[in-house]
Design a protein around this ligand. Structure first.
Ligand code: 7TS
Length: 412
């Protein structure tokens, strides 16, 4: 592994290229992160040497594949400090994990008149499953609103979470506002009222140390691909006693202990929730991504991203035609920076930035109720990861200035 956090290009060949004749500045990490060659090598090695299905064969390759798959589960367990590796369920991704909780725990425990509390800054993946559950069960869905600064309004949270609340589901870090939410406090509030807390860790696990026991979350979902693992693999953490009480999510192979003509005994966790053939290579390569992050050190990831935000955010805010969403103080802002340019449509901005080699996302970021609360229909968004550099930040600022000049009077 490259040992200089400021120059990791040797590990990320994809970053070392030109697009549209310009150096690539990849600033779309909130959508998906790039993969170090160690992760790609793990995939290639698995398929070239060890490929077999897990938990069913006795032959050598099957045993090897099973051992690697279960080793990956332990790596994830230690990475988020879960008490037991049985509490780590491999899923397709964060969306899949959140749907699992809504369809099983939610289906079993939400009844007419119950309340589910989420926040207005949720990604659709942590909104629609609860909204649809509430509709189906004649339950009530409540939203915790924002402070004027663009952080979660904890006074509002205290009003919305009551003894009627059965589930509180909130993102640990926003994919738009660049804020980290006090989910330890929210989990405590939920528990005081007899509710469970579901954390959406899609934008936090890749970027900061996460300790699920310290946070005392009941469920916590995240995606492999945003933390440099492959697509198609994710993790749902759940407290063992809750997971054991829940019905299965899907039925099929792998998840049973015995099947009879008229009944089935299900396997213990985590297998009860892993029906069918999982992304075996994906899980193993996610384990390599975890190894990589541990070698870098999550404290160093945090420090490097903070350094980049301290550098770029004031430069962005100093441009009179740019509006940045979320807190203006770099110390309160993660590497996710949503912004708009006066009189320019975000899609035009993203296209113009791409012409300068800068990859950002434009749109509603799967957070339409949040867009409505902010009074916009879309934004552009630059999102940094620890492998980004000040050169990337400079290129972003330069490209925004060039875009302003190019469109001059605006496009809307
Ligand atoms: N939750 C949050 C907070 C997210 O940012 C995302 C993906 C998800 C859940 C869903 O993750 P998935 O891997 O299951 O799709 N966010 C983004 C984004 O901001 N741009 O593209 C995907």
């Amino acid at each position: 592994m490259a040992n200089n956090i400021n120059d990791l290009t040797a590990d990320f060949p994809v970053l070392d290229q030109q697009v549209n004749g310009e150096r690539l500045a990849y600033l779309d990490n909130a959508a998906t992160a790039q993969k170090p060659k160690q992760v790609v090598d793990t995939l290639v090695h698995f398929y070239e040497h060890d490929n077999a299905n897990v938990h069913r064969g006795v032959h050598t390759l099957a045993e090897r594949a099973t051992a690697e798959y279960e080793e990956a589960r332990k790596k994830v367990q230690h990475f988020i400090n879960a008490a037991d590796n049985k509490e780590i369920i491999f899923t397709k991704g964060c969306t899949d994990g959140l749907n699992l909780v809504a369809s099983t725990y939610g289906e079993q425990n939400i009844h007419e008149g119950d309340e589910i509390v989420i926040s207005i800054m949720e990604h659709h993946s942590n909104l629609i499953p609860w909204q649809q559950l509430a509709i189906k069960k004649h339950a009530v869905l409540k939203y915790i609103e924002l402070t004027p600064e663009g952080t979660l309004d904890m006074d509002d949270a205290k009003k919305k979470i009551t003894d009627k609340t059965k589930i509180v589901a909130v993102a640990h870090a926003s994919n738009v506002l660049g804020v980290v939410n006090p989910i330890k406090e929210l989990a405590k509030l939920a528990h005081e009222h007899g509710a469970v807390f579901v954390g959406d860790g899609a934008q936090s696990v890749p970027h900061m140390p996460v300790d699920v026991q310290d946070l005392d979350v009941d469920f916590y979902a995240f995606s492999g691909h945003k933390m440099m693992g492959p697509t198609g693999i994710g993790v749902l953490y759940g407290k063992a006693d809750l997971l054991r009480q829940m019905p299965p999510y899907q039925y099929g192979g792998e998840m049973i202990s015995s099947v009879h003509r008229d009944r089935t005994e299900f396997a213990d966790i985590p297998f009860k929730f892993e029906a069918g053939t999982q992304s075996i290579a994906g899980a193993i390569a996610l384990g390599t991504a975890v190894d990589y992050l541990e070698k870098v050190g999550m404290e160093n990831v945090v420090a490097k991203e903070q350094e980049l935000v301290d550098y770029v955010l004031p430069k962005l805010e100093a441009l009179p035609y740019v509006t940045v969403y979320g807190p203006q103080d770099p110390k309160k802002h993660t590497g996710v920076i949503a912004f708009n340019m006066d009189n320019l449509h975000p899609h035009d901005v993203a296209t113009a930035l791409d012409a300068e080699g800068v990859a950002v996302r434009a749109g509603h970021h799967c957070a339409q109720p949040l867009m409505e609360a902010l009074g916009v229909s879309a934004t552009s968004r630059a999102s940094f990861y620890f492998y980004n550099t000040k050169e990337d930040a400079d290129q972003l600022i330069k490209a925004i200035k060039a875009t302003k000049e190019f469109f001059n009077g605006g496009t809307i």
